[in-house]
Design a protein around this ligand. Structure first.
Ligand SMILES: NC(=O)c1ccc[n+]([C@@H]2O[C@H](COP(=O)([O-])OP(=O)(O)OC[C@H]3O[C@@H](n4cnc5c(N)ncnc54)[C@H](O)[C@@H]3O)[C@@H](O)[C@H]2O)c1
Length: 439
């Protein structure tokens, strides 16, 4: 466990600044949603921090508070938003452009949304090939641009009178990158930033700026970003919480709900074919093979870990797993994901499952951003540093401590999350052991 049972948690006082990298479909749907909820126009559906409950003690105790009443979390009215984007559109214009929310709703929220104007981005098209924009920083080198971000973060905090800040990457998926020698430690990393080394992606510049500024960082895309020794050491040294990668929504969410169920009944798998049509800017970016490769790696790892073919070779050895994303503009943000699942049961008899998920990606992602902002800020106030594995619940490709495998099963992830909250509050963990009738 990262901290002592029942550790002291600093109160969630004052304003919490949520700094979003990228002011696109996910970010604007998140911000507009919070504003709509504050106005009483909607309920926080999909958000565990707002709606979720947690059982404490024995079943007979009847203690089932809301999560937000168990641990101190920032209130929605205390959130302040800031963002960077390569396009200068305000959150109002960006929300209209994203086309996730109905125009009527966006109009009702025009005032708060129009106030959020993105700061100039750290951007380089070689990392996101399908995009180009004008709202972009210039600077001698990557370290200098990181210092510009650090100055903006300090300015944002002062101007908005924030007590605390968190940063969440909700910008486009960058091209696939592997760890490089320059990521080894902070000295080599900073030297590489000074030399404009290509192994330093823009997302790493933001993560570096966040950590240098003493604020926790979450990565909502599958980019490498903070998952490198130099930045992990920095996070640990400065006592900062980090988590990632890639918000778990849509098809992968369904996969991590279904696969544990199939496995629990010892049903075998011959193959899982997943395809998507998607027409938003994210779909356009992922149409580039290098960005898609980053996404593909993130989506593919899920089944292997859940099904454990090495433990159950008769059921899961050599199953075929294919994931495709096709950019299809008429669909906008309303993605359609098809899954064909070839399973087998008793005596090897074959069966099929077909799923057609008419999904709204950003509608699923927005409450994740909210929960992550609040839980990351909680982790920070509790003194939890480094990778926050208890937040794996929200990610397709959860970051882990070195040497550990990621947990993908959504039910285990939820249990880990809730048990972490129980632990923080000095409550007994719930194991569902059932040694006595009331356990
Ligand atoms: N359900 C989901 O929508 C979902 C799920 C998992 C992951 N994600 C990831 O979250 C990210 C955001 O998704 P989205 O649908 O909002 O995409 P989007 O294209 O609507 O928004 C991304 C925004 O990031 C901006 N951007 C790109 N590079 C930037 C940079 N270096 N600095 C600042 N801004 C930059 C783009 O201009 C764009 O406005 C993507 O990486 C996506 O893969 C989304």
């Amino acid at each position: 466990m990262p901290v002592k049972k029942g550790a002291e948690i600093a109160p969630a006082k004052g304003k919490l600044g949520v700094l979003l990298v990228g002011l696109g479909a996910v970010s604007t749907t998140f911000i507009a949603g919070v504003e709509a909820i504050k106005e009483g126009l909607a309920e926080p559906i999909g958000s565990l921090t707002q709606m979720g409950t947690i059982r404490l003690g024995k079943r007979t105790d009847n203690r089932v508070p809301k999560i937000k009443d168990l641990v101190p979390l920032a209130k929605l009215t205390d959130l302040v938003f800031g963002a960077w984007d390569i396009f200068p559109d305000s959150a109002y214009d960006a929300a209209l452009h994203a086309g996730v929310l109905e125009k009527d709703l966006v109009e009702k929220l025009k005032k708060p949304l129009q106030k959020i104007k993105p700061m100039k981005a750290v951007f380089d098209q070689s990392y996101v090939k399908r995009l180009s924009g004008t709202n972009v920083k210039t600077g001698k080198n990557k370290l200098e641009m990181a210092n510009q971000l650090i100055a903006e973060i300090a300015e944002f905090k002062k101007k908005n009178k924030c007590d605390r800040l968190v940063m969440i990457w909700a910008a486009s998926t960058e091209v696939f990158m592997k760890q490089h020698a320059v990521h080894r430690n902070l000295d080599t990393f900073e030297k590489a930033m000074r030399e404009n080394h290509k192994a330093i992606a823009p997302s790493m510049v933001y993560a570096y700026a966040a950590l240098k500024s003493g604020i926790p960082f979450a990565n909502g895309a599958p980019n490498l970003t903070v998952e490198i020794p130099a930045l992990m050491d920095l996070a640990n040294k400065k006592g900062l919480a980090v988590c990632g990668k890639d918000f778990k929504t849509g098809q992968t969410l369904m996969k991590t709900i279904l696969a544990p169920g199939l496995k629990s009944r010892m049903l075998g798998l011959h193959g899982w074919y997943s395809t998507n049509i998607l027409g938003n800017r994210d779909g356009e970016v992922l149409d580039d093979p290098d960005s898609f490769k980053t996404k593909e790696e993130s989506k593919l790892s899920v089944l292997e870990y859940i099904l454990q073919p090495e433990v159950y070779p008769q059921l899961y050895k050599d199953f075929s797993h294919v994931v495709r994303i096709n950019y299809y503009p008429p669909r906008g943000d309303n993605k359609e994901g098809w899954d064909n699942i070839d399973i087998f049961g008793w005596l090897g008899y074959k069966m099929q499952l077909k799923i057609d998920f008419l999904c709204r990606d950003s509608i699923l992602a927005a409450p994740i951003v909210l929960d992550l902002a609040l839980f990351l800020a909680l982790a920070q106030r509790t003194g939890m540093k480094g990778v926050q594995e208890w937040l794996s619940f929200y990610f397709k490709s959860p970051m882990t401590a070195p040497g550990l495998y990621p947990e993908h099963d959504v039910f285990i992830q939820l249990m880990k999350l809730k048990n972490t909250l129980r632990h923080l509050r000095g409550e007994d963990l719930i194991t569902h052991l059932g040694l006595e009738y009331y356990d």
